[in-house]
Design a protein around this ligand. Structure first.
Ligand code: NAP
Length: 324
């Protein structure tokens, strides 16, 4: 019996390829760059499985080019790069990688929150540039974290993990989601708020909502204007949740204290982007889940999703489809 053909858009870490090669003929984009769109469209022609990264757009054009496709496995939990409705209409299963990356991403959110609140990057620059010549009572004063109020925009798996860490800092937890979450309220004494209220109340705002048509641009100029001038904003979800131009203006004019961004819009951010010239903004290159163990776990879960889809079994981590 002939083996199914699988396209892998980027060499994954860990045992993922071994798992795939156990059941399929696997073609892997050989370069250390994003696969060019035209190569992908050509390669998926005979593919029954597609193992993708968040950098590939899985849309109608790609699905038209891949008539034999039965399963898409995205090596990410966010699937804003996948047209889920189009996959559902064609009976193509979609897998993603929830849970295995939750704690690593929450850790990075906290790394950014503390870095921005306590001006760590400015401090490092101060020392490296030879400006540390004496102790000064007013040098690099930051804002408090311990005992303040943490606002989570989009309290799902990662948001809850960020909030749990906040309890260790004796913080009050406020959150938004599509509705209240009694379990989390009971566990963390968290309180549901409408977005406007949360932004006005929180000392530190962490964005962990999924990117959808509803959440695109959620943190716009009006939202930023509701935040305290002493508040920080951290985004570890997806760049387009925050209006970049509005954020640049708010940071430049000191209307919020600072921002820590793991994700940006555009992404990658060009080196001459205004955000990078602002001392109160810290940007890291989308490394929320980037620990060796987490990336290997993501890669292997994505491989297991793909194999299950090829074999017609339920995916270990299926992506919920929208109502059609
Ligand atoms: P999740 O458990 O599905 O959480 C997503 C949350 O977004 C849910 O709580 C959902 O609310 C909320 N949400 C959706 N629409 C909303 C709206 N209109 N208003 C307010 N909240 C809304 O997913 P997760 O595993 O925590 O991951 C969250 C996101 O983080 C992913 O989608 C991904 O984009 C991003 N991420 C980034 C990295 C990184 O490397 N920086 C790593 C992993 C994930 P309900 O619970 O009410 O549905």
């Amino acid at each position: 019996m002939s083996r199914p053909m699988v396209v892998v858009t980027r060499r994954p870490p860990g045992r993922a390829l071994e798992i795939l090669e156990g059941v399929a003929d696997v073609w892997v984009w050989p370069e250390d760059t994003e696969i060019p769109r035209e190569v992908l469209l050509e390669r998926v022609r005979d593919a029954e499985g597609l193992y993708s990264m968040l950098s590939e757009r899985i849309d109608e054009e790609l699905l038209d080019a891949a008539p034999r496709l039965r399963v898409v496995s995205n090596m990410a939990v966010g699937v804003d790069n996948v047209d889920l409705a189009a996959c559902a209409r064609r009976g193509i299963a979609v897998g993603h990688t929830p849970d295995v990356l939750t704690e690593a991403t929450a850790d990075l959110a906290w790394a950014l929150l503390l870095t921005v609140a306590r001006r760590v990057v400015e401090g490092v620059d101060h020392v490296r540039q030879g400006r540390w010549t004496r102790w000064e009572p007013g040098l690099l004063l930051g804002v408090d974290v311990y005992g303040t109020t943490l606002g989570i925009v989009g309290l799902g798996r990662i948001g809850t993990a960020v909030a749990r860490r906040g309890r260790g800092f004796d913080m009050e937890i406020r959150y938004t989601a599509r509705g209240p979450k009694p379990d989390v309220e009971a566990e963390l004494a968290a309180r549901y708020r409408e977005l406007d209220e949360l932004l006005a109340e929180a000392d530190h705002v962490v964005v962990t909502a999924a990117l959808t048509e509803e959440t695109r641009g959620l943190i716009d100029a009006a939202a930023l204007a509701r935040m305290k001038p002493t508040a920080t904003l951290v985004n570890v979800a997806r760049g387009p949740l925050v209006d970049t131009e509005a954020l640049v203006a708010a940071l430049r004019e000191g209307r919020i204290f600072g921002a820590g961004l793991d994700v940006t819009d555009p992404e990658p951010l060009p080196p001459d982007h205004p955000l990078l010239a602002l001392p109160n903004c810290v940007v890291v290159p989308h490394v929320g889940s980037a620990t060796r163990r987490t990336r290997e776990a993501m890669a292997e879960l994505a491989a297991e999703n793909l194999v299950a889809g090829l074999e017609g079994r339920p995916l270990p981590a299926p992506c919920p489809f929208p109502e059609l």
